[in-house]
Design a protein around this ligand. Sequence first.
Ligand code: HEC
Length: 153
Amino acid sequence: MKKVLYKFILAVVLAGSVQGAYAADPKPEEEIRYRQSVFNVIGRNFNALGAIAKGERPYDQAFAVKTANLVELLAPLPFGSFGPGTDKGALHRSDAKIWTDQAKYKEATDKFLAEVSKLSTSAKDLNSLKAQVGEIGKTCKGCHDDFRLKEAR
Ligand code: HEC
């Protein structure tokens, strides 16, 4: 019994250290998959707010605030996964300019995050939600126009 327990603990500790190694040093393809996954989740939630703003979905304050909080929480995450070497390793749609014109990319990121930081407060009221979804939408589109490729490469 003791032996089994010991083996179990050892397995847990080893599994933890392997995970730790991944978290500390993700491979480029993992970074690419991570940023795409998070953008995807941001997109799904932001689109739900967009549907409310367009009147295609009824306004429900609790749902809007919860969804806005999620978008705020997730918004910074993809931008930690554009480090050196993550311009290749898997198919993706990030323009090479992200790595060659980092200042401009950071500017687009900061603009987006500044608008997103107002989202959960705005979500408490339909009119301000509509306005803020519009402001954020412009920053998504602006960055995609400049930095997202039409086709994956
Ligand atoms: C500062 C730049 C920037 C901003 C702001 C930005 N994006 Fe993106 N987005 C990108 C880039 C770059 C990619 C391509 C990622 C890749 O494939 O490497 C992308 C990809 C995506 C994808 C595709 C993910 C997939 O499945 O591959 C979605 C969906 C998306 N963005 C939605 C949004 C939405 C919605 C917003 C605004 C709420 C937003 N993005 C704001 C740069 C941005």
